[in-house]
Design a protein around this ligand. Structure first.
Ligand SMILES: NC(=O)C1=CN([C@@H]2O[C@H](COP(=O)(O)OP(=O)(O)OC[C@H]3O[C@@H](n4cnc5c(N)ncnc54)[C@H](OP(=O)(O)O)[C@@H]3O)[C@@H](O)[C@H]2O)C=CC1
Ligand SMILES: O=C(O)[C@@H]1CCC=N1
Length: 264
């Protein structure tokens, strides 16, 4: 597994962290205009930090392009002559379709859109994958890589935009809910640090309960809501104020925005 990450900003450096933690490569090239976020990894075994995208491509088999949508065209064009049909080309760019990558590199290249989230740095990503025709035979390899860094789901490309909102942006949505809970706890008299710890462990417990029990959220909610108790009082007030509705509206606004990025 000779892997290169081209673009080592927020997401690229998170993928690098996860891979290095897991030691799941034979060599890892980390290439960026500005390598500040990954210079700390330059002393790691088999890791090369470079400004030379072309070198990273030539020395690797699996190429992960973690660039912003406005940069990826130019970078793909600049290295296209070095990309062969042996490479597996992966892109995380939101809204940047496989057909656009094929138009630069050719349909004969193995191309996989991957949509992880920043929890990949700690091996807890939800990563969605979708390959072009040529890349179908490489999807198991991609699953193998990203299953070590969390969980994977192979989906049709038409659903990648929705998966971006739910899983990649979703990390930010959940973080905001944790922050709001923390603010509530401070209002009830806890110190900020205590409030954060209470909110975080409760959120972790809720996610773990659902994951481990396999039960529906409402089934778990029923176990908490004592009749005439404080939980149902709080939940009902939250719904009167539009909690579920605002989450759904936020998700659909995010989806509309990603579809605009796709067209630009
Ligand atoms: N952040 C996230 O949680 C997620 C992001 N994504 C997608 O991942 C992509 C990257 O996002 P993110 O990591 O947040 O963005 P960042 O801007 O943090 O990272 C992109 C990196 O690419 C570098 N870069 C720009 N031009 C070049 C070049 N010519 N050669 C090499 N490197 C270059 C940038 O350098 P410089 O800053 O100097 O321009 C920057 O370090 C986006 O397409 C986004 O849609 C998808 C899922 C989640
Ligand atoms: O906000 C964005 O556009 C990117 C895609 C998902 C997470 N970050």
């Amino acid at each position: 597994m000779k892997i290169a990450i081209i673009g080592t900003g927020n997401l690229g450096s998170s993928i690098a962290k996860g891979l290095i933690k897991n030691k799941s490569f034979t060599s890892l090239y980390l290439s960026d205009k500005n390598t500040a976020a990954v210079s700390v990894f330059s002393d790691e075994d088999y890791v090369t930090v470079t400004h030379d995208n072309e070198l990273a491509v030539k020395e690797s088999d699996i190429l992960i392009f973690a660039l912003q949508p406005r940069h990826i065209d130019k970078v793909l064009q600049s290295v296209s002559s070095s990309i062969t049909s042996y490479h597996v080309v992966m892109s995380v760019a939101a809204g940047f379709e496989i057909s656009r990558i094929e138009s630069i590199l050719g349909k004969d290249k193995n191309i996989i859109r991957i949509m992880p989230n920043t929890a990949i740095s700690i091996g807890k990503s939800m990563t969605c994958l979708s390959a072009n025709n040529q890349g179908q035979s490489k999807i198991e390899l991609a699953k193998k890589i990203f299953n070590q860094l969390g969980t994977t789901m192979v989906i049709p490309e038409e659903q990648i935009q929705a998966a971006t909102v739910i899983c990649a942006s979703g990390i930010a949505f959940w973080m905001r809910l944790v922050r709001a809970t923390t603010q509530g706890a401070i209002q009830l008299g806890f110190e900020a640090e205590e409030a954060h710890q209470l909110a975080l462990q409760t959120c972790y417990g809720a996610a773990s309960l659902l994951k481990e029990s396999g039960r529906h959220p409402e089934a778990e909610i029923d176990r908490v809501t004592t009749p005439s108790g404080c939980t149902i009082e709080g939940l009902n007030e939250m719904e009167h104020q539009g909690l579920s509705s605002s989450l759904i509206k936020g998700i659909t606004a995010s989806f509309e925005k990603i579809n605009q990025i796709k067209k630009s």
